[in-house]
Each structure stands twice: as structure tokens, then as C-alpha cells.
Design a protein around this ligand. Structure first.
Ligand SMILES: [Ca+2]
Ligand SMILES: [Ca+2]
Length: 150
């Protein structure tokens, strides 16, 4: 009887440890959501500068591909105290056709604020996520907080 109880206890301990390693698989300070890890960087950068910083952290500007991911990242942006934050969407290649950092095809999921993207002034080619979870295109040279993802 005793060995069985010990085995059971050992099994539960193993499960607990597995659960812990799963929930903390992101590097220290990064937040996990589903299969990815995110960090809102409060040091304001241009969109290009932001991507450089993310790359130095072995990450990229966040590419958001679902409404649940969008809500999760928006919560992170809000808790960082950001009004808005750069994410990894741009329309450099073709005006009005926004795609992610690593994709050449148009993003299938978007959450633009009503009236956006509007390419205001003919010079808004980078996307930022408001803490209320809607997106807008803005001038890429503006300095904003940003979200890295890996
Ligand atoms: Ca544009
Ligand atoms: Ca805009």
C-alpha cells in the first residue's frame, strides 16, 4: 500500500512541476499567452528602432493574429500605462496593405479603430495598438512604447 501512495505522490509532484515549467516558460519579465511570450517595452522608440530592440532580445515586434491574442496584448499595453504601442504591422511594401514582420501577405486578422488605417498626411505606415485594443496607423518615426513577442 505504501509504495503505491509514494508513487502517487511522486506522480503528482511531477505533474505540478510540469505545470509550473509550462506556465513559466517565458524568460523572466515576459508574459505568456498561449504559445508566445510578450514584453511591453516602455523605452519609446520609432517603429524601426523598436523592431531593432526586439531583435536584440531575440524577438520581433508583436504580430497579433486573433481577437483573443489582441485582448491579451492590449491588457499588457494597458497595464504598462501606454496610450498606444507599436506592433509588428506595416504597409511599407504596398500602401494600405498591412502585413506582419515576417509575412509578405496581408494580415488576415485586424482590429482597426473605426476610420483607421487612414494614412493621415500620406505618411502613416506603421501600426500601433491602443490600450483599448483597437489599432491605428501612425507615422513610423514617432516614438512610442512597443510590444515585443517571441
Ligand atoms: Ca500607410
Ligand atoms: Ca492613422
Amino acid at each position: 500500500m505504501l509504495p503505491r501512495i509514494i508513487l502517487l505522490a511522486a506522480g503528482m509532484l511531477l505533474l505540478t512541476q510540469l505545470a509550473e515549467s509550462y506556465s513559466s516558460r517565458c524568460r523572466t519579465g515576459w508574459s505568456s499567452y498561449r504559445h508566445n511570450c510578450y514584453l511591453v517595452i516602455k523605452d519609446r522608440q520609432s517603429w524601426t528602432g523598436a523592431q531593432v530592440v526586439c531583435e536584440m532580445l531575440n524577438a520581433n515586434l508583436a504580430t497579433i493574429t486573433s481577437s483573443s491574442e489582441n485582448s491579451a496584448v492590449a491588457r499588457m499595453v494597458k497595464s504598462a500605462g501606454a496610450y498606444d504601442a507599436w506592433v509588428g504591422l506595416n504597409d511599407f511594401a504596398k500602401e494600405g496593405s498591412f502585413h506582419g514582420i515576417k509575412s509578405s501577405s496581408r494580415a488576415s486578422y485586424t482590429c482597426w479603430k473605426s476610420g483607421q488605417p487612414n494614412n493621415f498626411g500620406g505618411n502613416q505606415n506603421c501600426a500601433a495598438l491602443y490600450s483599448n485594443m483597437f489599432w491605428h496607423d501612425d507615422n513610423c518615426s514617432l516614438s512610442k512604447m512597443f510590444v515585443c513577442e517571441y
